[in-house]
Design a protein around this ligand. Structure first.
Ligand code: ATP
Length: 237
């Protein structure tokens, strides 16, 4: 098997003297959707931030496309082709949907066809309908979709999504699931953090369950669902 696109060995992270991640090891393969699930405070957000160099972290190995991420500033990690969509929405509220997308445009790497607003509108039909609308006239869920679409304009090979379904209306959650499936179909790998296991189950190829900063499970959602005690213990379901 070829090496994973993103490879993380023994990741730890701390806030001051409080350690919150205790040696996570996993890989994200090209074109797959991997869900990091766990309860509130389990360490999902910190894992994504640690990969992006946004919190102090250590790892035995952390590579993306074979390049070490150690000591790289966040903007350089992003430039390697790793997109990041944090929980809070990052759009320009006084620009339109189309202008926001243009603001995210970056050159595509060799051999990749670059994302354009038109191509993204096929993936996010609801954004197409509101292409002239300003960010401040959109719902939270729509802004979240726009943040993802804008990140794709940077032509990433993989994208880290922090709780994409959090606090958004059910109809937009459905659209989000479809957009994530479509991204995968376009060859973009996705690592998403989720508390909503049902949402994660519908879109992911594999799952990782973390609890108090430790990995408790790695495998398919079907395996997780048949392991009742683990499920109850780590997710309360
Ligand atoms: P949530 O669903 O609430 O985002 P999470 O699984 O993403 O949960 P994290 O946000 O990664 O969890 O938090 C992991 C642990 O780190 C929690 O105990 C949290 O209280 C702690 N923590 C998070 N951010 C900070 C911070 N800036 N300073 C100190 N402790 C923090």
């Amino acid at each position: 098997m070829s090496e994973p696109l993103l490879e993380i060995w023994n990741l730890t992270a701390s806030y001051g003297r409080a350690q919150v991640l205790f040696g996570l090891t996993f890989g994200l393969n090209a074109g797959e959707v991997l869900a990091l699930i766990g309860r509130n405070g389990a360490g999902k957000t910190t894992t994504l931030k640690a990969i992006m160099g946004l919190v102090p972290a250590t790892a035995q190995k952390a590579t993306f496309k074979g390049r070490s991420l150690a000591r790289l500033p966040t903007y350089k990690i992003a430039r390697l082709g790793l997109g990041y969509v944090p929980e809070d929405r990052r759009i320009f509220t006084d620009l339109t949907v189309e202008e926001n997308l243009e603001a995210g445009r970056k050159a595509a790497g060799p051999g990749r066809s670059p994302w354009t607003p038109e191509r993204l509108f096929r993936l996010f039909p609801n954004l197409a309908e509101m292409r002239g609308r300003r960010g401040n006239q959109m719902s939270g869920g729509e802004q979240q979709m726009l943040t993802i679409a804008r990140t794709l304009m940077g032509n990433p090979d993989a994208i880290l999504l922090d709780e994409p379904s959090e606090g958004i209306a059910p109809v937009v959650v459905q659209m989000m699931a479809e957009a994530i499936r479509a991204m995968k179909a376009e060859g973009v790998a996705v690592l998403l953090s989720e508390q909503n296991w049902a949402f994660a189950a519908g879109i992911s190829d594999r799952t990782i369950v973390i609890e108090r900063g430790e990995m408790r499970f790695q495998g398919s959602i079907d395996e997780l669902m048949t392991n009742e005690s683990l499920r109850a213990e780590t997710l309360g379901i």
